[in-house]
Design a protein around this ligand. Structure first.
Ligand code: PLP
Length: 447
């Protein structure tokens, strides 16, 4: 084991050191070489170091360099060094973090990290939460809690009886709702199309005055950080309007929730603490390794009622039992990396990470505008949308940027306009990276 881990460490260090001088997207040759993984299941065992060598030699070149400094696709953080190191150690621990009995350290670090997160996001102190795989799983978990709470109030036990014959729940989403919320709605049986869709403004913010009537059996899904523009729904205003009617407000803040932790951006998230539940990712803006999402709710009991199971052999007293707040039972101790990131950054370091990446996004927007390329969104956070003319022309520039390899940006269609997306989410990106990437984008656009 020891030599193998040394070998892995050496390979990982060489991989990371080479990131800056390779193209961000893998080369066509590297992708073609993936065919060498094809083949039947080996009949016999081989040596672990051979397996690691094969993984590195064929696998490393076929990665996307999203751990590097110039990856701006989707909303993709890198991994803070301390979180990679902590993840290695936690892998060696091999803890099942679902139960305190299986991992006292896993349970402890989750509890500590949860308390810190509630502090950073200014959420109610008695909120509860779970460490899940993703914001999609967090949206799912929060909606399961909402479903439980609204139906329990109507005298219906949805966990026992299911939704057939249950009193109906109305779901309200914005026209620009993230696809993962729709998926989560379908998974909890509320239906991705059985929703009222509220029109949005040009930034993708839900228009409060266009909301349908709200009752005590309504779930309103808001968004903190639109995946294209970075815009926030008017959470404070909507919470005030709907919570007095007994509705449940869920906030998808996959990356935007982190704005609450940066004073210069916190106004965007103002009033967020008045919602009932929140979903966010740690693998995006907190820059921890995959897979790491968080569900939080002021109604911890509803989350537990929705997701826990009982069995005699699981009973273990009064402590918070991690599996009772997540869809999984056995799972890795992903709270370790969240704890390590927060422990290392501290409040000031996290503020700096969020604010710095927002400023780098502003620098991208300013640089592109100066060159005459229209920026389509108000750059309030870390997201930039830019057009290079016609849809064909914009798609051509995106393809050229991706194949040139200095940086990587994806595309989207924003309210009918084809655009290139730039998301600055990595701790590692510097001003020099923005300058280098801007130059590459402008070269591609002027070619
Ligand atoms: C990324 C994202 C999600 C989904 O997050 P995953 O971790 O990929 O499941 C949901 N909502 C928004 C706004 C996002 O940006």
């Amino acid at each position: 084991m020891s030599d193998l881990l040394d070998d892995a460490s050496g390979r990982a260090r060489r991989y990371l050191a080479a990131l800056d001088s390779r193209a961000v997207a893998p080369s066509p040759e590297a992708l073609a070489a993936l065919a060498r993984f094809d083949g039947p299941l080996p009949e016999r065992a081989s040596s672990p170091d051979r397996v690691l060598a094969e993984l590195d030699e064929l696998g490393s070149p076929a990665t996307v360099a999203s751990a590097g400094r110039r990856y701006f696709g989707f909303v993709t953080g890198g991994s803070l060094p301390v979180t990679v190191a902590a993840s290695w150690l936690a892998s060696a621990w091999d803890q099942n973090a679902g139960l305190v009995a299986c991992s006292p350290i896993g349970a402890k670090l989750e509890q500590v990290a949860l308390d810190w997160l509630k502090d950073l996001f200014h959420l109610p102190r008695d909120s509860g939460g779970g460490f899940v795989t993703s914001a999609t799983a967090a949206n799912f978990s929060a909606l399961a809690a909402a479903r439980h709470a609204l139906l329990a109030r109507a005298g219906w036990d949805v966990e026992a009886q299911g939704l057939f014959g249950a009193p109906p729940i109305t779901v309200v989403v914005g026209e620009e709702v993230h696809a993962s919320v729709q998926k989560a709605l379908s998974m909890v049986g509320l239906g991705r199309e059985r929703v009222a869709r509220v029109p949005c403004d040009a930034q993708g913010r839900m228009l409060r005055e266009k909301m349908p009537p709200i009752t005590e059996r309504t779930i309103v899904c808001l968004q903190a950080g639109n995946v294209n523009t970075g815009a926030f729904d008017p959470v404070a205003e909507i919470c005030e309007h709907v919570r007095s009617r007994g509705a449940w407000v869920h906030v998808d803040g996959a990356f935007g929730l982190w704005a609450a932790a940066a004073p210069a951006r916190a106004h965007l998230a103002s009033g967020i603490e008045n919602a009932d539940s929140w979903a966010t990712d740690a693998h995006k803006w907190l820059n921890v390794p995959y897979d790491s999402g968080l569900v939080l709710t002021r109604h911890a009991d509803s989350l537990r009622a929705a997701l826990s199971v009982g069995a005699a052999y699981l009973a273990q007293g009064e402590a918070r039992i991690p599996y009772q707040y997540t869809p999984d039972f056995s799972r890795r101790a992903r709270g370790v990396e969240v704890w390590a990131a927060l422990r290392q950054l501290g409040r000031a370091g996290l503020e700096d990470l969020i604010e710095r990446t927002c400023r780098l996004a502003e620098a991208f927007a300013a640089g592109l505008s100066r060159k005459g390329f229209p920026v389509l969104n108000d750059v309030v956070l870390n997201q930039v949308l830019v057009s290079f003319g016609s849809p064909e022309r914009t798609r051509e520039v995106i393809a050229r940027v991706q194949s040139e390899g200095t940086c990587w940006c994806g595309g989207t269609i924003w309210q009918g306009h084809t655009a290139m997306r730039i998301s600055v989410s990595s701790w590692a990106t510097t001003e020099a990276d923005v300058d280098r990437s801007l130059a590459a984008i402008v070269r591609a656009a002027e070619a």
